[in-house]
Design a protein around this ligand. Structure first.
Ligand SMILES: Nc1ncnc2c1ncn2[C@@H]1O[C@H](COP(=O)(O)OP(=O)(O)OP(=O)(O)O)[C@@H](O)[C@H]1O
Ligand SMILES: [Mg+2]
Length: 268
């Protein structure tokens, strides 16, 4: 059981793509438990969800309905009941694309998202988007087993990530790793020498496989792509960092912890 949360700090380094690819390989690898999927992809990016737009799925967003049920309690059912099969083969909690709606929906779930997601499926991958400690939704990453800070292997990409690592590590108890997307211009081992956290990846830069994932989902052909193979290796690296802290969560609904954020209104 592993809950991997991916974040970025600057630009659009490929967090959504990385989260979808990791969730896809986790969906294909595990045997689903009787009560739900083997893996869940969750969109907790307060700047807005992307999966519905990228896949052309119907305009329904499970995160809105789930948030309403997570105002006062941690709930596996609140997640499981609102998953969509998008891209095909991946059980996803989609968020609305408008930032003001997504931000409000995510804030409403407070720090109950991760415990609920972890209770809903053995493997969880969260696209938490751009993260900053001052965001009202900063608590959305609490409860991760491992946090991956996604960056491109460029000077500005690596440097902005490096500068954010301390704040990220101060905010979560989970191990933090850098997840590199692509091999150019700087190879992953060179980047690893510049940061004092583990480096996972690289995820392959593979535009065709990205397009195929959004269009047709988890096909046999997609699984042979360099994106899928590198995502499997990256998932394994992150899961091994999560280690023993990735303890099982009870699958039943339970009240929110006393530290949970007070309920707020959910925009719809
Ligand atoms: N591994 C990859 N191979 C090829 N193209 C990629 C890869 N990762 C991301 N891209 C491309 O880069 C662009 C940004 O990717 P993505 O939307 O995943 O980034 P993001 O960090 O989630 O951005 P945002 O902050 O806007 O949510 C998209 O055009 C996407 O197709
Ligand atoms: Mg994104």
């Amino acid at each position: 059981m592993t809950a991997i949360v991916l974040v970025s700090v600057k630009g659009a380094p490929g967090v959504t793509t990385a989260a979808a690819a990791l969730a896809a390989v986790a969906s294909g690898a595990g045997t689903p438990p009787p009560e739900g999927p083997a893996a869940v992809l969750a969109e907790l990016d307060p700047s807005g969800g992307s999966v519905q737009v990228l896949t052309g799925a119907p305009a329904q967003w499970g995160a809105i309905d789930a948030a309403g049920r997570l105002r006062r309690q941690v709930s596996a059912a609140a997640v499981r009941d609102h998953l969509a099969d998008v891209p095909p083969g991946v059980a996803t909690l989609t968020a609305p694309p408008a930032a003001h709606v997504a931000g409000s929906v995510i804030a409403s779930g407070g720090d109950r998202w991760l415990p609920s997601l972890r209770a809903a499926a053995p493997e969880v991958v969260v696209d938490a988007g751009r993260w900053d400690a001052t965001q009202p939704t900063a608590g959305r990453i609490q409860g991760a087993d491992v946090v991956g800070l996604v960056c491109r292997p460029t000077v500005t990409g690596v440097e902005s990530a490096r500068l954010a690592l301390d704040r990220l590590r101060a905010a979560v108890r989970a191990p933090v790793a850098l997840v590199v997307v692509g091999r150019r211009p700087y190879p992953t081992d060179e980047i690893a020498a510049h940061v004092d956290v583990p480096v996972a990846g690289p995820l392959a830069w593979d535009p065709r496989a990205v397009a195929a994932l959004w269009a047709t989902g988890l096909t046999r052909r997609w699984r042979r792509s360099s994106l899928a193979r590198s995502a499997a290796a990256t998932h394994a690296a992150l899961a091994s960092l999560a280690g023993p802290s990735a303890a099982p969560s009870p699958a039943s609904d339970r009240p929110a912890a006393e530290t949970a954020a007070p309920p707020t209104e959910v925009a719809s």
